[in-house]
Design a protein around this ligand. Structure first.
Ligand SMILES: [Zn+2]
Length: 343
């Protein structure tokens, strides 16, 4: 039988290892660093969202509010553009800074997250894939997730559809048991191939008509315009949310250069911040981003952004979802949250 003390020691040890594996960061974050956090969607019904969407993309309203309040206690929460001169050493950090970022421009940013940010007086930036805004289109990763989920539920094999779309390792991918792993493999494809996969899957599964969930919807330009100037900035996230290193130079013209101009025209202002879709970049992509005139670019690498030494075109971020700050009991844990957010 375990003594209470032994049990406690073990619990603390497992908590420590849980936090270590989930954060990958030492804690607390060293003084003077800029802590950039990354979200996708904030949802009212987390149980539903975790069933119907990629889990790593959703956080509940309550947890998001707690995160914001926690960040406010330990950091000065500033916009990304305000943080830039501290990151390149032009200005010295007095109080640790935090930046709240969102990717993909989901509709619930307007409906759920923005009112909370507004109430707490916190700035944030949302990185937009321009071609998807306002047109009722749904992002590839959500479509793929939904199609793979439906196929699994209806016990429909997706192998033939993948083969038809020209996927070489169709058997291996379709044989994976974990739907998220299948989804991940199909998202990380060149965009033209990925679209082919989606239309083949839609055809296969669409035999019994289906609709994508409303929660996959994105912002329209009117909502974006309303939030602009109310503490919300908008950055660029390519035209079509492509995995940039998989695209050739001609595609970069559309995805980076033309897309940036389109966003600037829509926002009627210069856009200097960029987020690499899926965090994917290399030297060629970074050069293109710099050439297009971006001054700040964020990745999904879990690294601490130190003043002076930070590469402004490859800044690290802490990606957060509901799962990130759950404790051993499977519910929100203030201790895990403090460690995860570097407080
Ligand atoms: Zn994205």
């Amino acid at each position: 039988m375990n003594s209470p003390k032994l049990f406690l020691t073990r619990s603390l040890k497992s908590l420590a290892s849980l936090v270590k594996t989930r954060t990958g960061l030492p804690s607390p974050i060293v003084g003077g660093a800029v802590n950039i956090v990354a979200y996708h969607r904030v949802v009212a019904d987390i149980a539903k969202a975790e069933r119907e969407a990629i889990r790593g993309l959703v956080v509940s309203t309550e947890t998001f509010r707690r995160h914001c309040e926690l960040l406010q206690t330990a950091f000065e929460v500033v916009s990304l553009e305000t943080a830039a001169p501290f990151l390149d050493g032009t200005r010295r950090v007095k109080r640790p800074l935090a930046v709240i970022t969102f990717d993909d421009g989901y509709l619930d940013f307007y409906e759920v997250a923005f009112p909370i940010l507004n109430e707490l007086g916190l700035p944030a930036v949302n990185f937009l894939p321009t071609n998807f805004m306002g047109g009722g289109k749904i992002l590839a990763h959500d479509r793929i997730f939904w199609l793979v989920k439906l196929a699994a539920e209806k016990r429909i094999s997706i192998r033939a559809a993948l083969e038809k779309a020209g996927i070489e390792n169709a058997a291996k991918i379709s044989g994976k048991r974990d739907s998220l792993a299948v989804c991940d493999a199909l998202v990380h494809l060149p965009n033209a191939r990925r679209e082919k996969v989606i239309s083949e899957l839609e055809r296969k599964i669409g035999e019994s008509a289906f609709e994508y969930p409303r929660e996959y919807q994105l912002l329209d330009w009117e909502q974006i315009g309303e939030m602009q100037g109310k503490g919300i900035d908008f950055g660029f996230h390519t035209a079509n949310h492509v995995v940039l290193p998989l695209e050739d130079d001609a595609a970069l013209e559309t995805e980076i250069f033309a897309g940036k101009s389109e966003l600037e025209r829509r926002l009627n202002r210069k856009v200097v911040a960029f987020a690499y879709p899926n965090g994917a970049y290399n030297a060629r992509i970074k050069n293109a981003v710099a050439k297009a005139g971006f001054e700040i670019a964020v990745t999904t690498e879990r690294k601490i952004n130190l003043p002076v030494k930070s590469d402004l075109l490859a800044l690290g971020r802490i990606s957060l979802c509901e799962e990130s700050t759950r404790g051993l009991k499977g519910v929100y844990s203030p201790k895990v949250a403090a460690l995860r957010l570097g407080v």
